[in-house]
Ligand binder design. Sequence first.
Ligand code: 5GP
Length: 238
Amino acid sequence: MKQLELLYEGKAKQVYATDDSERIIIRFKDTATAYNNLKKAVIANKGVLNNDISAMLYRHLEAAGIRTHFIEKLNERDQLCRRVSIIPIEVIVRNIVAGTMAQRLGMEEGTRPSNTIIDLCYKRDDLGDPLINDDHAVALGLVTYDELKGIYATTRRINEVLTALFDRVDITLVDFKIEYGRTSDGEIILADELSPDTCRLWDKLTGEKLDKDRFRRDLGKIIEAYGEIDRRLKRLEE
Ligand code: 5GP
């Protein structure tokens, strides 16, 4: 597999073409951003940990029968993935109220609702990733209602698998953001990373935040928290 030109550079990742038109290489960087780029920093080794964590989570999802873009981890910073066209919708799953939902609805962070909440946001930095509903997503031409039905079903299944997985290592999966992409033959599969950058993860015993909120809220010990997630998930692979 030969790495070719840079196709895309995001806030925390680079995407490279390969000599196989159906495969790309994703490189995890150490940069972190929050609040639509207002807060920026370099967190040494974050990319290495996120690559490792994302690879482990994707392997578990694949083993549970979820179709994803993940093929294999290549080295410390790179993973080989199927090439997809990303659907510009952030699908956010909330098991516990936190972050923007707590702020928007005046709810206390940490409230556990009786249902699981799925939000859709339109992935547009210039608009601040606005919250949208199914009708907006269809009106924007991003997906059909039928495709949304599949996306919701897969998302609920992903939540079940990941919640159970984190439960085994004494971590509460509070919420997370995922993205989907279309393959060249039109199949919609899970894409992008799954890491403490994209999930809220709280220690079950202490309630300690082990995710990007440590960066967003200046709580310190960011890399230690990411390292703790990596170590606990590794235990499951032994
Ligand atoms: P909130 O809407 O509370 O900011 O985020 C809900 C969940 O989705 C959190 O786990 C958060 O990390 C993730 N999330 C939402 N939007 C983004 C985004 O633009 N980038 C990343 N990395 N994660 C996001």
